[in-house]
Every structure is written in C-alpha cells, then in structure tokens.
Design a protein around this ligand. Sequence first.
Ligand SMILES: Nc1nc2c(ncn2[C@@H]2O[C@H](COP(=O)(O)OP(=O)(O)OP(=O)(O)O)[C@@H](O)[C@H]2O)c(=O)[nH]1
Ligand SMILES: [Mg+2]
Length: 253
Amino acid sequence: MVNKDQVNKDVQELFQDDKYSILLPTYNEVENLPIIIWLIVKYMEESKLSYEIIVIDDGSPDGTLDMAKQLQRLYGEDKIILKPREKKLGLGTAYMHGIEFATGNFIVIMDADMSHHPKFIPKMVELQRYLDLDLVSGTRYAQGGGVYGWDFKRKLISRGANFLTQLLLRPGVSDLTGSFRLYKKDVLKKLITSCVSKGYVFQMEIIVRARQWNYTIGEVPITFVDRVYGQSKLGGSEVFQFAQGLLYLFATT
Ligand SMILES: Nc1nc2c(ncn2[C@@H]2O[C@H](COP(=O)(O)OP(=O)(O)OP(=O)(O)O)[C@@H](O)[C@H]2O)c(=O)[nH]1
Ligand SMILES: [Mg+2]
C-alpha cells in the first residue's frame, strides 16, 4: 500500500530548497497592487511554496511605491522586496534589475494589473517539477486558455502577432507574446542577456531563443483578463515595433 501522507512528505522534502522570486514590474498600479499581492500570498502560502515578491516600480506618479511600502509593512520585508527605479525605463530592463536581487532559484514573471491570476502559479510549479522543465509559459491559446475583455481589434492584433510568428519562426509554443512565465533563474539570466529587443517583442524573443538553445518548455493554460484599473498602453507604435522585431528575429535566428 502506498502511504499518501508519506509520499506528500517525500515530495515536500525533495523540493524543500526551492524558492520562487516573483517579479512584479509596476507603472501606475496603485489600485491593482494590494489585490495582486494579497492573491499571490494566498496561493503561495496555500501551496506551501517558499517565495518573495520583488516590486520594481518605475517612479509611478500615482503613488504605487507608497502603497508597496505599506504592503511591505503588512506582509514583512522578507516577503515584499522593493527595488524601485527613478523613472520609467521599460519592462525589459525592469526584469533584469529585479533578477539581480532575487534570492530564489526560480523566477516568476507576471503583470501586476490583474491580467495574470496568481492561482496559475502553483500549476506552473507542478508541471515544472514533474518534468524538470527550464521554462513554463502560461498560454492563452491552447487547452482551455482564453482572453476576456479584449475588443476585436486587440484580439486580432494578439492573434495575428502569434500567427505570424508561428509561421515565420515555428517555435512550437502556442503563446509567444504572453508574459506570465516561470523560469529557472540561471536559464532566465542567460536568455535575458542574449535578447536584443525591448518592449512587446521581448517576450517573444525569449521563447524563440529558448527553443534555439534547446531549453525544455512546458505550457499551462491560463485565462487572461483585461485590466480593469489603469490605462492600456498598446498603441500603433507598439504594433509597428512588434512587426519590426519579428522581422529581425526571422532574419537572424
Ligand atoms: N517597472 C516598470 N513596469 C512597467 C513598465 N511598463 C509597464 N509596466 C508594468 O508591466 C506590466 C505589464 O504592462 P501593461 O501596461 O499591463 O502592458 P499590457 O498588458 O501589454 O497592456 P495593458 O494591460 O492593456 O495596459 C504591468 O504590471 C505594468 O504596470 C515600465 O516601464 N517599468
Ligand atoms: Mg496588462
């Protein structure tokens, strides 16, 4: 007879040294930050995973950093780590900055605007552990994942971007432009330093490079919900940048 409690205990022991550093880049997320952090804490504690949340705020004028400081007092300095920067310097470098301070051997990257639900983190962890994957990506485009609250134009852009990339680069991963992912820290470090693109294309380049270097990748279906609070930043220039980045990757990989 297999003793279930014993098995659970063995599994706990096997992974007891694992720690997850969750990177939360923020720009004007004062309404979203308390909710997203509350949810992360809830799901990480429930799953008995060891973690820290690194908030990288880029001088948000709406007081996001003050809110983060209050949350740090509430949850503790070991759980909430603040690594702000003076001004808005972009997402790509925000991740690089955050990783420098991460003490975990795994990194979770997610948006702070409530588009990415923390309930999917334990699912990503489970899949990563089961197959010892280098990278687990949340996907909106396979096995029951989905997008809610986007208008037709936005869906078309996202779908179109994924379709074009699949066609040109054949990366074999269904969601390339999403940014809800779990990485082994050393793998992410190597990937990030090899990436040339910034902004919207960055997420795609990371996956394409990961494929190129034969890192193992898994996917977990996620439901993506459009931001309720705050301003959307996707405009014509991002679409143009994306097309440019895609062509660059097509030409160089
Ligand atoms: N630190 C930092 N965070 C940023 C910057 N730009 C965006 N963010 C954060 O990065 C995450 C993703 O940005 P979003 O603005 O949600 O990008 P998006 O999901 O493509 O677009 P919308 O949700 O429609 O606005 C959010 O948590 C933002 O607050 C930046 O320059 N610096
Ligand atoms: Mg968003």
